[in-house]
Design a protein around this ligand. Sequence first.
Ligand code: SAM
Length: 340
Amino acid sequence: MAETPDAQDDRTALDLLLRGFQVSRMLRLVADLGIADRIAPEGQVALNDLARDCGVHPQPLMRVLRALSAFGVFAVRADGTVAHTALSRLLRTDTPKSFHHAARFWTAPGSWRAWERLDVALTGNVPHEAAWGIGRFDYLRAHAEEGRIYDAMMANYPDDRHAAIAAAYDFSGAGLIADIGGGNGAMLRQVLARFPDARGVLLDRSDVIRAIPPDGLMGGRIAIAEGSFFERVPEGADVYTLVRVLHDWSDEDCVTILRACRAAMKPQALLLIGEQILDPDPASGQHVAYLSDMQMMAMLGAARERTEDEFRGLLVAAGFTLRRVLSTRSVVSVIEAALA
Ligand SMILES: C[S@@+](CC[C@H](N)C(=O)[O-])C[C@H]1O[C@@H](n2cnc3c(N)ncnc32)[C@H](O)[C@@H]1O
C-alpha cells in the first residue's frame, strides 16, 4: 500500500532530525574557515577563489556548500559561484548577534565528544567527564581557543538576553551592579550603557577575565574580580546578577552559589536571576530550552533548566524571597529576589 503524503512527510521530518549532527558539523566547518565573511552580503564569489583563499580543495568545499545550500544556507549557483542567503548572512561576524560563534561552538571537540557519551548520564555520570576525564570548566581553561569561542558564543547568544535584560529592568537605583559569572562582561556593558550613573563589578574565572580586552571595561567603570563564586562574591553591590549561570549547576551547587551571594549582600540589595524559565509542558514550543537542558546534562550532568517553582525552591533554600518575575523581549526572564 502506498504511503499517504502525511506519512511521507513524517518520514522525511524524522530522517532530517536523525541527520541533524551532519548539518551542525558542516556549519562548524564553514564557520572555522570564515566562509560567510569572505562573501560580501549582496555579492558572490567564484568557488575556486573561495577554496584558494581558504587553502582547501575546491571540490570537497563545493560539496559541503552544496549540501548546506540544500538547507538554504548559502546559494551555490550553476556558474560556479557562491552567494549569501538570508540564513548564511547570519553567519557573518558583522551581523548583530552573529551565529558565527555558535556554529563554531556546538560541535567543537569538547561538546562533540561529550554528546557521544550521553548514555552515561542515565546512570548518574557526567558525559563530558566520561569523554574527557575532566569537568567542563576545567576543560575550557585547558583549551583556551575553545574557551574563547565559548565566551564569544555566550556574548552573542541568539536569545539576545543582555540587551533585553538591560531594557526590561530598571537599574536606575543601583550605584554598583555585580555580575556574577558574567563572562566577558557583555551584559554589564549593555546595562551601564543605559544607566550612565552605575558602575559594575564582574566576577568570573581567571582565564575568562584575563582574556577581556582593555576596552571591554568601559574606561574603568567595570571593575574585575577573578575567582570562584563558590568561594567568594564581591561585597557591597546594590544589585547582583546571575545570568544563565544557575542552569550550569545541580540544585545543591546552586544553593551554594546563592548563599555565597547572600553572604556578600547588604540587607537592601537585590538579586536578579536571568534564565529562560522552563514551561513544564514539553509541547509548549520551547525547543531550544529543552535542547539547552540536554546540553547541560551532556556537559555538566545534574545541571538543568528549571521551572519557576524550581527557582523559587532554590531561592528559599538559600535564604531569599522571590519578589517578582519580569518577562523581557528575550526568552530569558528576570527573577528578582531579596534577602528573606
Ligand atoms: C553560561 S555562562 C554565562 C555567562 C554570562 N552570565 C552570560 O549571560 O553570557 C556561565 C559563566 O559562569 C562562569 N563560571 C563557571 N564556573 C565559575 C566559577 N566557579 N566562578 C565564577 N564563574 C564561573 C563561566 O566562566 C561562564 O562565564
